[in-house]
Write a new protein. Structure first.
Length: 579
């Protein structure tokens, strides 16, 4: 027996790292995204050998954290392991987006240990990756997490880890945990076999009754009430409750962009997604005509500023911050309690007598044709934003693929155009619609696919893709068949819309601002370098041929450069810019 074999046979102690990993596995986290580092080595080594959780090595911190965010949105919880300082600070942008959009990520790190801290005190040494404050990471993360802790010992570690994870799954927001570097490898008792559960918060009875009574007064007085569903319904597992409210009330409903696919997009009550001026005409008309908007689980962003300003007094809003009915606020009323009480009112025979159907969805090739840039009407082979969706959505419908994909979007013209799509499955539209981060979509593809078990179908702007293009290598490394479409016009088009929309007018006298012009990339060469399939399409015919080809590529990711005119301005963006 060799020395290495004898060493391998020695039983290894169950450690603090093992405890956290066991708790994560119990909560159905079977993949942990990782950037390695010396301080966090005890955790990464435990992760590498932990049965039932795969290590997903990412190329950089944004890649890892975007992936973890999308994993959490599709699975319910995610974890990312990062090096102290240089990694945690790099990932901060992605974790901030998860905080805003309620995506529970466990951010795992390690700090210089007790020995390093003593050396610092004695000799005033600045350790690598440190700002000089060895608690700086935790202090920064306190701003974008519901709980941030650093464990200096294994004593009490199980209780602190449990409390941390309960906070994450209760509030559906990120948490941060670091240990002194040696603590991750210290012995720890094993956890109970029962998984942790979120705390169930309850409303004061009187406050709940007052909120429901006031809301019911407004609802029963309305002639055209409408439900506006948001992403918090999906995050907190209340989609079935929402559907019961829709069925019992007979009301029409829409969703925000961030809340798109909070339910399967089907039935005779769904009017389509409301994305302000980017919405199709029939959706805008129903929303404008509503005299009582019942917003459930919505994160109201400035995309909906006009809606809120115009209908504030007529709105009933229930979210994780409480309930508002008109001008009356009930901060201590829990959203789930309010929704359940509202459902009981409808079921008690007092349901609003509205039994109307949603406007019919525009028939193919609408809504894409009427929103496509009219400049290209006489050039049917030119790919525009809307023509891309016209043909790709038809392909997905015709081949019954919508049930098998999850779409990811950062903030881009494509994200707003995509809100016009209809027929997507619950939880299949993942976007950075509130934090509005350029580049999220490409980093999110890996996590969305691993978390959902469905094929990631990503539509990126070329500027966003350039920010995190290395994520393509992570997809290749993990043999994921995600598809990344890059809308290639060599400009930050969405940025230019809000800076000066005249730049989209024809003629050389109308030019883009220099800061919105991007470099030209060879995407086919990039795909080859990263081990992905590369396709370039310049015409509608080439796009349709590429879609057929993509369907059969299942052992590696595919990068598709979709060449569109630089000045293509979809109607959705023209209307948004005009506001």
């Amino acid at each position: 027996m060799t020395r290495s074999t004898r060493r391998a046979a020695v039983p290894q102690p169950f450690t603090v790292a093992d405890y956290l990993l066991t708790r994560l596995k119990q909560l159905d986290v079977t993949d942990v995204f990782q950037i390695p580092g010396d301080y966090v080595k005890h955790f990464t080594q435990a992760l590498e050998h932990f049965d039932g959780i795969r290590t997903i090595g990412a190329i950089n911190e944004l890649d890892a954290a975007y992936a973890a965010d999308a994993y959490a949105r599709t699975r319910g919880l995610a974890a990312v392991s990062l090096q102290f300082g240089v990694s945690t600070f790099s990932a901060l942008n992605a974790v901030a987006g998860a905080w805003v959009e309620r995506s529970p990520i466990v951010v795992i790190s390690a700090t210089p240990g007790a020995d390093a801290r003593n050396i610092t005190d004695m000799y005033d040494v600045l350790f690598h990756h440190s700002t000089g404050d060895l608690d700086a990471d935790r202090k920064v993360y306190e701003n974008v997490t519901v709980k941030a802790i650093t464990l200096s010992t294994n004593v009490g570690a199980p209780e602190q880890i449990d409390d941390l994870l309960v906070e994450a799954i209760t509030h559906r927001r990120p948490v941060y945990i670091a240990c002194y570097k040696e603590v991750w490898g210290q012995p720890c008792p094993k956890p109970p076999k029962a998984p942790l559960k979120p705390r169930r918060m309850h409303s004061p009875e009187a406050a709940l009754r007052n909120a429901v009574d006031q809301a019911w007064t407004q609802i029963s007085a309305a002639k055209n009430p409408l439900i506006l569903a948001g992403v918090e319904v999906l995050r907190f597992g209340l989609s079935d409750l929402l559907k019961k409210i829709i069925d019992a009330s007979g009301m029409l409903y829409t969703t925000t962009t961030l809340g798109k696919t909070v339910l399967d997009e089907k039935g005779d009550k769904f009017i389509g997604t409301y994305s302000d001026a980017a919405s199709i005409d029939s959706v805008r008309q129903v929303v404008d005509a509503s005299d009582c908007v019942i917003a459930l689980g919505t994160i109201i962003t400035d995309d909906y500023l006009a809606l809120v300003e115009g209908k504030y007094a007529q709105m009933v809003l229930a979210d994780t911050a409480g309930v508002r009915a008109g001008y009356f606020k009930y901060a201590d009323v829990v959203m789930q309690d309010f929704m359940e009480a509202l459902l009981a009112r409808f079921k008690a025979g007092k349901a609003y007598p509205l039994k109307v159907k949603a406007p019919p969805q525009p028939k193919y090739p609408e809504p894409w044709v009427s929103n496509s840039d009219p400049v290209y009407d006489d050039k049917p082979e030119v790919i525009t934003y809307n023509r891309f969706f016209q043909h790709s959505m038809k392909f997905l419908h015709d081949h019954d693929m919508l049930k098998d994909i999850v779409m990811t979007y950062g903030v881009s013209s494509a994200m707003y155009v995509a809100t016009n799509a209809y027929g997507l499955k619950q939880g299949s539209y993942v976007s950075s619609a509130a934090w509005q981060c350029i580049g999220f979509e490409t980093g999110a593809a890996c996590g969305a696919q691993l978390g959902s078990g469905k094929r990631a179908w990503t539509i990126a702007g070329d500027g966003g893709f350039m920010m995190v293009c290395q994520s393509l290598s992570t997809l290749t490394r993990n043999k994921l068949d995600a598809v990344i479409f890059v809308m290639s016009n060599q400009v930050y088009a969405i940025e230019q819309v809000y800076v000066d929309m005249d730049a989209f007018l024809p003629g050389p006298q109308h030019t883009f601002d220099a800061f919105d012009i991007l470099p030209k990339w060879d995407y086919l060469a990039l795909a080859k370098a990263f081990g992905a399939e590369g396709i370039r399409v310049e015409t509608i015919s080439q796009l349709n041929a590429a879609l057929k080809r993509i369907k059969g590529i299942r052992d590696r990711p595919t990068l598709v450069e979709v060449v569109i005119p630089q000045k293509d301005l979809p109607g959705q963006m023209r209307r948004l810019g005009s506001e």
